[in-house]
Ligand binder design. Structure first.
Ligand code: PRP
Ligand code: ZN
Ligand code: MG
Length: 214
């Protein structure tokens, strides 16, 4: 593998995609991203951009297949992969919250005892419940989590809330916030000296972009 370029993995489509692309462009890195292309070369910086599912990014970075990744802290924390979080990016702010049906009675986290909770974040949820001495039945599902209570699949959900409109339109209310998240840059622990130097250059540019915005 070429140790003299940086492979940067970003989300293919979703909440982080647009701002991730924008950040890379604002750092002065040029590339053409033809529709449907999953890999593209930068034209004026020794980098390649990979377009992946966000959930897969921490694993690729841990393995060193990608050297850098832009993901939500929620995805990185849940993955438990061995990567370095090198910078907070300030966009895609959201929270991981527990929601129950709007009409359900809810007086506190102890009300979740013995209940079933659907989530894409079983590890973060488990930690939270443990720290509150609550035992619940965690149903791991990979998407459309918010539908679970209304179809009788679970009593509650634990999922990402940004505007809150997904919860609202599925008849749910937010009752606990268990984690706050934003986009972060993660890096492989096995960078070559050249890649480390490229990462430093990139971080310098990112920080300049952030300063210019404030
Ligand atoms: C999250 C979550 C909801 C939505 C909530 O998905 O799963 O679907 O965002 O946002 P809202 O409060 O603004 O309605 P995410 O974008 O993280 O995508 P993914 O679950 O497909 O990875
Ligand atoms: Zn995802
Ligand atoms: Mg979702």
């Amino acid at each position: 593998m070429n140790d003299n370029i940086l492979r940067i993995a970003i989300q293919k489509s979703g909440r982080l995609s647009e701002d991730s692309l924008k950040l890379i462009k604002e750092c002065g890195i040029r590339f053409d991203n033809g529709a449907g292309k999953l890999k593209t070369d930068a034209t004026n910086f020794p980098a390649e951009i990979l377009f992946l599912r966000d959930d897969d990014i921490p694993g690729y970075v841990e393995d060193g297949v990608a050297h850098l990744g832009i993901v939500g802290e929620n995805v990185s924390e849940e993955s438990c992969k061995d990567v370095d979080t090198v910078h907070k990016l300030g966009f895609s702010k959201c929270r991981l919250s527990i929601g129950v049906l709007r009409e359900a009675e809810y007086n506190g986290v102890q009300d979740l005892q013995g209940k079933s909770i659907a989530t894409t974040y079983p590890r973060l949820l488990e930690q939270y419940l443990k720290s509150h001495d609550v035992t619940a039945d965690i149903h791991e599902i990979s998407g459309s989590v918010e539908i679970a209570p209304s179809i009788g699949l679970a009593d509650a959900v634990c999922d990402i809330v940004s505007s809150g409109s997904t919860l609202l339109s599925n008849g749910l209310k937010e009752v606990e916030t268990i984690f706050r998240s934003e986009a972060v840059m993660i890096a492989s622990k096995h960078l070559s000296p050249v890649q480390q130097d490229l990462l430093d250059q990139l971080l310098f540019r990112i920080k300049s972009v952030q300063v210019a915005k404030n």
